[in-house]
Design a binder for this molecule. Structure first.
Ligand SMILES: [Zn+2]
Length: 198
């Protein structure tokens, strides 16, 4: 889903690189996540067929029991501020509550966005907004499901190989990152730096 021009992709991936450099995005600590998700993972994940398999494979490294809720752009639909997503939000939380009630202790909840995402592109949600929405969705999920915020881990899956020039880069095989709180300040700041320099 979605067609992206080269500049959109190149700028987005460059922002991701800079966010990783300043540790606002952090490679998932596999052992830590495995422990945290020992009861399984409920993932709010985009349905995008082009990338969904790749994302699911990665999450399966951490748990044998990933329970995915998937609509177009899923993690982006959770905040109550966009009227056009209100119905999707209601449905997602209905299913999330149902899943949560059935799952074991030690289950981690992952709002998992990705870049590039056709749904974000379609609704003019910039990469910065995508990151911040996903981070804020973690608090929203904790509130809605009545769980501790610490069991909700916001993540982004970055498709490094979407353009030729990123092939062979060192991130290629480690592509899911935790979105840290510093993204809230670093993402807008670095994006401004990046676009002003261009
Ligand atoms: Zn998507």
């Amino acid at each position: 889903m979605g067609h992206f021009d080269e500049k959109y992709l190149a700028d987005g991936l460059e922002l991701c690189r800079r966010l990783i450099e300043c540790k606002a995005l952090e490679i998932i600590d596999g052992e830590r996540l495995k422990h945290l998700a020992r009861g399984g993972i409920v993932g709010f994940k985009c349905a995008d067929g082009k990338y969904a398999g790749d994302i699911a494979d990665h999450i399966r490294c951490f748990t044998d029991e990933p329970h995915f809720l998937s609509l177009n752009g899923t993690a982006l639909l959770l905040l109550p501020d966009m009227e056009e997503f209100a119905e999707d939000r209601r449905v997602l939380y209905k299913h999330a509550r149902e899943a949560w009630a059935e799952l074991k202790k030690g289950t981690t909840i992952v709002p998992l966005t990705h870049f590039p995402c056709g749904k974000a592109h379609k609704h003019d949600i910039s990469l910065v907004a995508n990151l911040l929405r996903t981070y804020d969705a973690a608090a929203d999920i904790a509130r809605e499901l009545g769980v501790d915020r610490r069991v909700v881990v916001p993540m982004i899956h970055i498709h490094w190989n979407v353009i030729e020039t990123t092939n062979g880069n060192p991130y290629k095989h480690c592509r899911t990152y935790k979105i840290k709180i510093s993204c809230n300040t670093e993402a807008p700041r670095l994006w401004q730096q990046l676009t002003q320099a261009a």
